[in-house]
Design a protein around this ligand. Structure first.
Ligand code: C2E
Ligand code: MG
Ligand code: MG
Ligand code: MG
Length: 284
């Protein structure tokens, strides 16, 4: 490593950069092929209401079913997809899968809850395409717009708030509600936040993780809930992993939960089996 400071370090650096570029390029090519072969699907993670113990919604999370790599999580491809303008095409497949299953479950007499699909900030640059994607899937599967929600991360909402506000308003007009995802990580100003015609805030998992042991996290979560109440927004806590999390969150008035304690993101068949079993929590 001492050599890293010598003249050789530049060489080493560019070599690493070069390798990274080659990897990214290979990934890009694989993604293009995967899009063509329609290898992207939705997994589903249920959301519950503590008070009643009932399902109140679910989040659709992208998974790439790769013939050579198996199940690939979004952390491994969303970034590259965004960078190379492939995110819209991937979202189309995930959103369509999510809408199709949701309609299927409603028709099967299973809980008639909405599905929330994640949207990348990049997709807000191409509103026409986003609206066409949404419209296309709702039409194709005959799902009422009120059962589709979109999640936008706080940081992408705040990158270009004026544009984001107008896209969210467009969607709302069409009957599709938006939520702010990963809330607490994106430095929003309250004055901007209150102008977003949204329905829900999702408290980021990083605040929930230590909420029962870290008094700062506990204070932040309470403040977020108070703020959401003041703005008339619903709150969902992500990353609920223990009964202590549930007890704390319920105690401070956050009644909608999502996390591994209830279920991991599930393939559609397993989500369906869980729906058939009935309410995931006992009522309080
Ligand atoms: P997110 O939207 O905040 O989704 C929640 C992530 O937290 C999911 O990871 C989920 O598996 C994980 N999670 C849920 N409950 C728990 C828990 O109790 N404990 C822990 N440790 N983790 C939990 P996943 O599926 O790997 O997705 C990661 C991120 O990738 C998502 O974060 C979202 O930002 C993005 N993403 C997923 N699907 C899509 C998509 O279709 N389009 C776009 N643009 N982004 C997506
Ligand atoms: Mg999300
Ligand atoms: Mg989130
Ligand atoms: Mg998150």
């Amino acid at each position: 490593r001492a050599k890293a400071q010598g003249p050789g370090s530049f060489q080493l650096f560019t070599e690493e950069m070069g390798q990274k570029a080659v990897k990214t390029l290979a990934m890009q090519a694989r993604l293009r092929r995967a899009i063509e072969n329609q290898e992207f699907v939705a997994f589903f993670q249920p959301q519950v209401e503590v008070k009643t113990g009932q399902f109140i919604g679910m989040e659709a999370l992208a998974r790439w079913i790769s013939p050579d790599r198996g199940l690939v999580p979004p952390g491994e491809f969303i970034g590259v997809a965004e960078e190379y303008g492939l995110i819209d095409a991937i979202c189309e497949q995930v959103l369509d899968d999510a809408v199709r299953w949701t309609k299927h479950w409603h028709d099967a007499g299973l809980p008639k809850v909405p599905v929330a699909v994640n949207i990348s900030g990049r997709q807000f640059h191409n509103v026409r395409r986003l609206m066409a994607t949404v419209e296309g899937s709702l039409e194709r599967h005959q799902l009422d717009a009120r059962y589709l929600e979109l999640e936008l991360t706080e940081s992408s909402a705040m990158t270009d708030p004026e544009n984001a506000i107008s896209v969210v308003a467009n969607l709302a007009e069409r009957g599709v509600a938006c939520s702010i995802d990963d809330f607490g990580t994106g430095y929003s100003s309250l004055s901007v936040l209150k102008r977003f015609p949204i329905r829900k805030l999702k408290i980021d998992r990083s605040f929930v993780m230590d909420v029962t042991t870290d008094t700062n996290d506990a204070a932040i979560v309470c403040a977020m809930i108070a703020m959401a109440n003041a703005l008339n927004l619903k709150v969902v806590a992500e990353g609920v992993e223990t009964q202590e999390h549930i007890d704390f969150l319920h105690g401070v008035g956050c009644d909608h939960l999502q996390g591994f304690l209830i279920a991991k993101p599930l393939p559609a068949e397993e989500m369906e089996a869980m729906f058939r079993k009935g309410p995931p929590l006992p009522p309080r």
